[in-house]
Design a protein around this ligand. Structure first.
Ligand SMILES: [Zn+2]
Length: 370
């Protein structure tokens, strides 16, 4: 323990800049200077929780001492790492660093019990494996128990799409119906058992990842629960990032919208290939490979601005990747009391001559390019 009682935090912070290698050498028992020298470029074991490649220092670590571990989280500056490595609070951490940099006596760093860490890690890996197996079999079971959208059992799904104003003739193979799935809310409370519209979510390479659920009522409304739309959990070795719900086969021209219903409306308006990205963040990250050459992104107009931003970001990135990309956003004012306008709203409520004219033009140009 340093004898100095008072520590001037801003001064200590200024002093620490550029001195993090010295500080970590003194206070972090499992500090690896090679990772520090390759800050922002090299991953390695975490000095707090071990592993092989879960940890790296931030690019600006020489100034900030910041680092991030996939397992135990981000440490925006070196004070966090030193404090957590020694079980010191912020004041004690600052006091020790201040003492070190002023050449005074400091505490020895707390040693790491690697054997204990290894055991904990093995346990965690085992638990994750069991969880992954459970998710895998649950996804298979739900899909296996489901019906095609044309099946007599799937009437609530067809009623739902009709109630939303959609007139679907060829139901996508990736949309299916489950007669009864349980719903639990975010607090884990059981909300009831409902008929569900299932949609297959695939990853950026087209491999199945998980199932999107829209909870319904028998008469084809959204179920009266907290969140009627949700993704099923999926194994940790899969990633939905860059993926989407493919509502049709994929051609040279691809139409993209956030919601399933919006995407189906776009399909009715212009035809062709359509994917639903589920939400704005997945739209932003969507990966589009062969054989697609041109993408039309049919964004939501959100009061929050999220839908527009995601739509434009996708289009800009695709252009950089050498694809043709066009952002289509509703030009209407968002009505008072509404949070957003999507293309299903446009299709149903604003289907006036100017909209019809634009759609006719888009349809023709997509046909020509396909
Ligand atoms: Zn860690």
């Amino acid at each position: 323990m340093s004898k100095k009682k008072f520590v001037d935090i801003p001064q200590t912070k200024a002093l620490a800049r550029g001195n993090w290698h010295t500080i970590f050498t003194a206070f972090v028992a499992a500090y690896d200077h090679r990772l520090f020298e390759k800050a922002g470029r090299k991953h390695g074991p975490c000095p707090l929780c071990g592993g092989n490649d879960r940890f790296q220092f931030f690019k600006d670590a020489r100034d900030t001492g910041g680092s991030v571990c996939r397992h135990c989280g981000a440490k925006p500056d070196g004070f966090d790492l030193v404090g957590q490595a020694n079980d010191w609070d912020f004041i004690e951490t600052a006091r020790q660093i201040d003492a070190l940099l002023n050449g005074q006596e400091v505490s020895a760093p707390k040693s790491v019990d690697w054997e204990k860490l290894r055991k904990q890690q093995e346990e965690a890996t085992k638990r994750q494996k069991e969880k992954d197996e459970f998710f895998r079999s649950l996804l298979k079971k739900v899909w296996k128990e489901s019906y095609r959208a044309e099946a007599p059992e799937a009437a609530p799904l067809r009623r739902y799409l009709a109630n939303r104003g959609l007139d679907v003739h060829n139901y996508p193979r990736t949309l299916r119906f489950h007669p009864g799935l349980d719903s639990v809310n975010e607090d884990g409370e059981f909300e009831g058992t409902f008929p569900v519209m299932l949609a297959l979510v695939v990853d950026k390479d087209g491999a199945p990842v998980t199932i999107h659920r829209t909870y319904l009522t028998e008469d084809g409304r959204k179920a009266p629960i907290e969140s009627p739309k949700k993704l099923m959990p999926y194994p940790s070795d899969k990633s939905a990032s860059g993926g989407a719900i493919h509502l049709s086969g994929t051609g040279k021209v691809l139409n993209v919208a956030e919601g399933i219903e919006t995407a189906l409306a776009v399909q009715e308006m212009v035809g062709g290939s359509v994917w639903a990205t589920v939400n704005a963040s997945m739209m932003k990250n969507l990966q589009v490979g062969e054989p697609v050459e041109a993408v039309w992104s049919w964004g939501d107009l959100d009061r929050s601005g999220d839908g527009q931003a995601a739509c434009k970001e996708l289009v800009e990135r695709l252009r950089k990747e050498g694809k043709q990309a066009t952002a289509c956003l509703p030009t209407m004012e968002i009505p008072a009391g509404a949070k957003s306008i999507d293309w299903l709203d446009v299709y149903l409520k604003w289907h006036d001559s100017s909209v019809i004219e634009s759609l006719r033009f888009i349809k023709a140009s997509q046909r020509a390019a396909a």
